[in-house]
Write a protein that binds this ligand. Structure first.
Ligand code: SAM
Length: 374
């Protein structure tokens, strides 16, 4: 029993090290031991990410797929399939009566495991395609008509030498995306993977005027991602999530703490017109730092990053919610109220007299501070 357990941990350690150092052999998913360990640990996290992003899309009130009832979806780099299962069960299943889901991976064995073990909700028709991406534009021939959802999780991180090929592949898929169609793209929370995904997003934004960033960026961002300006910078989410005690124990034996979902992600949609109406917002893209005499954080307005602080002496009834901000939350940009914030020591000061007004929590739920306090 003890030996069996330590063997599983050893395999997970090898996988984890391989992902971090980019040293895994390309065919690692063909090894049954790797595949099983991946599915049980990383796959469980992937499933939760699929569920969390589905929930966020619903919380944000995004009208996915323009209400279509027959959907065509494609998942790239499916592996053992837990991420796309999370999306299917969290979002697709309740959106449509009939779903054609094409799963693509270089490992036939991984795809077969998914097909063998997934007790699928009735509307999902699963198709498997073994292919080495991104060099298979003929994949489009597998999808007749428009695509409603393209998902891709943790694939760029294993293909850093082929990023331009992936850009072209996704651009080809975007040109086939239906009105109201979406792309849900996720990569690990590390600098290289994050920057790779964000620059791919920028490339698509530059090519397609009807592409919109639904999440996580604020204010219907159109221009370049401000995190890419500084080569040392990147952007990620760290969303609190409960995991089972088994998952937490496995994580601890790997030296990880498993209490949140860490990822870089983009939810992109194809639609004409402007994004969500409403006040301009700022999104907290760092932890909130509480230091002597102040609280501060790095905020993004979709164009630039702002080091915004609230001095404790300016903390009062209308601003105290600042101290409760968590990474990913958004608030009304206090600069839009007309007051000019001061600057000192590299900080933008919270403008005197402005209240902190919540917009959304990181999971997309509307954040009404006044209701929360009652
Ligand atoms: C880290 S796993 C991600 C699996 C799943 N999407 C998830 O997030 O849990 C990456 C998967 O991509 C596949 N893969 C990596 N490079 C690939 C390529 N160039 N073409 C096709 N599949 C690839 C691997 O076989 C593996 O199954």
């Amino acid at each position: 029993m003890g030996n069996k357990k330590s063997r599983k941990v050893a395999v997970l350690e090898e996988l984890s090290r391989g992902f971090t150092k980019r040293s895994l052999d390309g065919g690692y998913m063909d090894d049954p031991e790797f595949r099983k360990a991946y599915g049980e640990y990383f796959g469980t996290v992937g499933f939760e990410k699929g569920i969390a992003l589905s929930r966020e899309i619903k919380n944000r009130g995004i009208t996915a797929f323009n209400g279509k009832k027959r959907l065509s979806a494609i998942d790239l780099g499916t592996g053992t399939g837990e991420f796309v299962r999370g999306l299917s069960e969290g979002l697709l299943e309740e959106s449509a009566h009939e779903i054609d889901l094409l799963c693509v991976d270089r490992s036939r064995a991984a795809l077969q495991d998914l097909s063998d073990h997934w007790i699928r909700p009735v509307p999902i028709r699963l198709r498997l395609r073994e292919a080495i991406l991104p060099d298979r534009k003929d994949l489009l021939e597998e999808v007749t008509g428009e695509i409603d959802l393209l998902s891709m999780a943790n694939l760029l991180a294993e293909n850093e030498d082929r990023l331009s090929g992936f850009r072209d592949l996704l651009a080809t898929f975007f040109s086939r995306l239906s009105p109201g169609g979406m792309m849900i793209l996720v990569e690990p929370a590390d600098r290289r993977s994050s920057r790779a995904l964000l620059s791919l997003g920028d490339d698509l934004l530059g090519r397609f005027p009807d592409l919109h960033v639904e999440a996580p960026c604020p204010n219907d961002r159109r221009g370049p991602c401000p995190a890419l300006e500084d080569p040392a910078d990147w952007c990620h989410e760290d969303r609190p999530t409960p995991f089972s005690s088994t998952m937490k124990r496995t994580a601890a034996s790997l030296g990880h703490i498993k209490d949140s979902l860490k990822m870089t992600y983009l939810v992109l949609s194809r639609r004409a017109g402007e994004g969500e109406a409403g006040p301009r917002s700022l999104r907290l893209v760092s932890p909130l730092h509480k230091e002597k005499g102040m609280a501060w954080g790095l905020f993004c307005d979709g164009k630039a990053l702002i080091r915004l602080r609230l001095l404790n002496r300016n903390r009062h009834e209308d601003t105290k919610a600042f101290g409760r901000l968590r990474r990913g939350d958004s608030i009304v940009d206090p600069r839009t109220a007309g007051s000019t914030p001061g600057r000192e020591g590299g900080f933008v000061e919270w403008p005197t007299g402005e209240s902190v007004v919540g917009v959304r929590r990181s999971d997309g739920t509307l954040w009404e501070i006044s209701r929360e306090e009652n």
